[in-house]
Structure formats: structure tokens, C-alpha cells
Design a protein. Sequence first.
Length: 441
Amino acid sequence: MEQIMNICQDKIAVKNIKKYEIYAVKSKKTVIQVKEGKVEFLNLAESKGLSLRLLNDEGRIGFAYTTDMEESALEYIVDQALTGSRLTSPDAFWEFPVETKSYPQLMICDTEIDLNPKIQFTLEMEAAAKKYSPSIKKVRQAQFQDIWAEVYIKNHRGLNVNAERTLFSGSIMVMAEEKGQAEMGWHYEFNPFFSKLNSQEIAQEAARLATEALGAKPIPTQKTNVILTNRVTSEILNVLSPAFLADEVQKGKSILAPHLGKTLFSPLITIYDDGLYPQGYATRPFDDEGVPQQKTTLVKSGTINGFLYDSYTAAKENKHSTGNAGRMGLEVPPKVEPTNFYLEPLSTSFAQLLKKLHKGLVVTEALGMHTADPISGDFSVGVAGYWVERGEKAFPVKGIAMAGNVINLFKNIIDIGEDLRFFGHCGAPSVLIEGIQISGY
């Protein structure tokens, strides 16, 4: 890829373009699905691509990309980016980052793993789920995925970096059935290292969720204290995450923008975005512009402390990038994105949270949290879980809804668990919240 980038640089020089950024990536991906002890789907894919941003003398930016590494294709995207730059508006805030002398040294890349252990892992997941309980009647899907990727970034200001990383994941969906009632359970785990994934644990967690939901029933409409498990809390935190992005703030679309420096949440709440989090989903030495990643404190003891920036949004406020430029794909320019975004855990065990709840609802699943309004923070979702009496599980619950506002929800947190878990880039522990409106019968 280094040679391809050098050719692209030569094509840029011929056009007398002074300001540019070249981003290139090559990757290998595996997807395995098994059913009834056999491989049902197997996909092995390799790809390469290069994208280009040019900044002309008038401050107009152009973008183009290609997956064709032939010299003629590289020349074509230079022309395309140049043409595109003539169609955009001048903007004094466009600039590419300067070279950084040192980057964090991270353990994020595994050695190459043969195909057979990956297949065996997926088969073991399916078998472990079936073995968990006689009530597990079906494994809907058992899937393994991995990706290896190497990224290269070079620009006119001397920046020239590359890094490789791996990510392995296993997921399974199972169905438990008893007395004519069926319930689903799903679980997913990931790690940059294959040996750190445990097929048994993934399968058993999905099976546990399904079997413990059997016999669920609705509860009366009421306002009650609620424990949100780490999975549900992370989903709600994910709804809030766009409000911390500087481009949303600058467009007037962030619910948090007017509250910078103010205490908005419970004093128990501290939220970080940490691009260096050990074995994190989005951990890497630099972002998709080549800026070193860092740990950024967004909320400290309930007070809104700051926002996330890439180079462009930082320039608009005369700030430094927080290392949060991300690319959804090769075919789109970078924009501000969270990395490993999480709520800081405290020291309360889940058993202690149950005792403190004493009587109320534990929510283990929220259906449709992605439909929450990210601008107002309002949500109304179907939920399931179990009712608690005297600090112990009484019976499973479903067929109810939970409504409210994300901001108010985080204001009313009265305790936070120790059980931080990441579900993709977003992570959270379980939390205890007072006064949540539940709609039942």
C-alpha cells in the first residue's frame, strides 16, 4: 500500500495540488454461521481501497475514493476530487492535521488464526447453548466474525502513519420453550484477541436470558424504581452519544450544548470517551485523520465537561481535535464519531443493587431504543425483565412499556454497579434509577 500511496502522491503533484490527505486500507474478513452442527454459511473476503481529500487554494475541499489500485484509477480519483473541490463552498476551517512525533503503543493485533479453530468455536457455541437446558429448543443463529485491517494515512503536512488491528466476535440467538410459551435470548462478545473469546460463556448467557424469561407476564401501570442492566444502560447511553459530537453541537442539534459547564446529571455520573481503552472495540493509536487517540472526560460527577472533535470542528472553535475522526466506510469522508464511549462504574455489586431496589423492576431488554429522539431525548419503548420483591427475583415480566427522557433518566440515577460491559463501542454498568413510569395493564 505504501507504493500505491506514493504513486497517488505523484499524481497529486502533477496537478500542482499543495494540500491533500491520502487514506488507504486493506482488510481480511471471515464470517461463519452454523446450524445443527454443520457450517451453513462461510464467507472469506479481502479488500483494498484508497480515498483522497484535496484542499484547493480557495479553501474548497474535494473527495473521491477507489477500490481499484491500478495507476489509471489513482489518476482518475485525483481528477474527481479536484473537480469536486470546485463545487464546494470555500471554508477557512478546513485543514489536515500536522505530523505527530509519537503515538501510543497498543496491543490490538492478534497473530493470524487458521480457519478450523474459528469453525470449531462457532460449533462449540451452538452445542453449549443446546446443552444449557432442556427448554432450549432451537438455536436461531450462531455466528463468528473476524476482521484484520491495516490503515495508512499520509498528508501534505508530513503526517505518515499506519497501524493494523484485529477484532474477533461471537454471537448467538436461542429460543427457549416451555408450556407453549417461547422466549428468545441473544448475546454477543468481542475481543482483539481470539483466545480471549469464550464460546461457552457467550452461549450460556444467551441461553440464560431466554430460559429466565419463560413464564413472563405484565405488571400494573405504575411509577417504580428500576434497575437497568448493563446491556440496557449501554443502549440508552448510545442514544445520548450523538449529543457529545461537536458537529451536532455546532449545528444546534445537541440537547447538551446549552449545558456545558453545568451540572445536568446525577453526581454519580462520569462519562468518558477513551480511544485507548484496553481491548476496546474502537481502540487504536490514531483516528481516521492520523490524530493520536486519547481519553476524553465528557461528564464529571454529573457536570457536562466537554465534547468530541475532529480537526474541522475543532478549528471552528479554536480547539484541538480529541482524536475522534471516524469513517463509516471508505466511500465517505471522516466525521466526528465516538470511540469507546462509556459510563464509569462504581463498586456496587449487582446483588447489592437488588437489595437496594428491594421492590421494583429489573429491565433486561429494551425493544426499539434506537427510535428514541436524539435531539429531545424522549423515548417510549417496550421492555422486559423481572419483578423484584424483598431484594430477590420474584417473576419474569414482559408486555410492558417504559417512557421518559434520557436526560431525566440520568438525573435520577441513585446507584451504579461495578459490572461495566461493552456492547460494541458503547459500554455501561447496571444502574438503579428512581421514579420510572411503567405502562402495563
